[in-house]
Design a protein around this ligand. Structure first.
Ligand SMILES: C[S@@+](CC[C@H](N)C(=O)[O-])C[C@H]1O[C@@H](n2cnc3c(N)ncnc32)[C@H](O)[C@@H]1O
Length: 167
């Protein structure tokens, strides 16, 4: 009988998947203009990785408030604070260039609420993202226009998801 994964196993795979998606999106969008969005700044770990992989691009970060490590706090002009349900539509109405990549790390311990939040945000993500741009999400997204892609980097996990905007 195979041993079921522990929460630690799942956590490690999720982190590997985050990194693999960010790295893959950076390579695949290298020739596309446009900003990157970090939806869920949290501690700033993935923001730190994004700013290294997407050097020179504007990276807009979203969270209720800034609670990141002091080394991983973006300049104020790139912070969009408040509830995602409001800050993302507000961002859209700023009329900025379409984003090449949205990294959405929004989950909490309440799995049903996290899935529901992603389904509410998906239509806005679709409108923010360039056609051909990528979405990596800790929640599954079932919305027309998002084509699911295989997890890059040979990572096998149910807890991370990679999509491309097709239309
Ligand atoms: C899993 S953490 C992000 C971790 C981060 N990517 C990192 O690497 O450190 C999720 C974040 O989403 C934020 N969040 C969850 N739901 C939110 C909502 N409805 N509006 C704004 N922020 C929210 C939480 O405050 C939390 O900081």
């Amino acid at each position: 009988m195979p041993v079921p994964p522990t929460r630690l196993d799942d956590f490690i795979l999720r982190m590997q998947a985050q990194r693999a998606c960010i790295d893959e999106a950076a390579v695949r969008t290298a020739q596309m203009p446009g900003p990157v969005l970090e939806v869920g700044l949290g501690n700033g770990r993935t923001f730190d990785h994004l700013r290294q992989r997407f050097t020179g691009r504007p990276i807009f970060v979203f969270d209720r408030e800034v609670g990141a490590h002091p080394d991983c706090i973006p300049a104020q002009e790139f912070q969009r604070l408040g509830d995602f349900r409001r800050s993302l539509p507000d961002y859209l109405s700023e009329g900025r260039d379409p984003a090449v990549f949205i990294h959405a790390d929004i989950g909490s311990a309440n799995r049903a609420a996290s899935t529901q939040l992603a389904s509410e945000l998906a239509p806005v993500w679709l409108r923010i993202l360039a056609i051909g741009g990528f979405l990596a999400s800790d929640q599954p997204v079932h919305a027309a226009g998002f084509q699911p892609l295989p997890m890059p980097g040979g990572v096998t996990t149910r807890h991370y998801h990679f999509y491309q905007r097709t239309g």
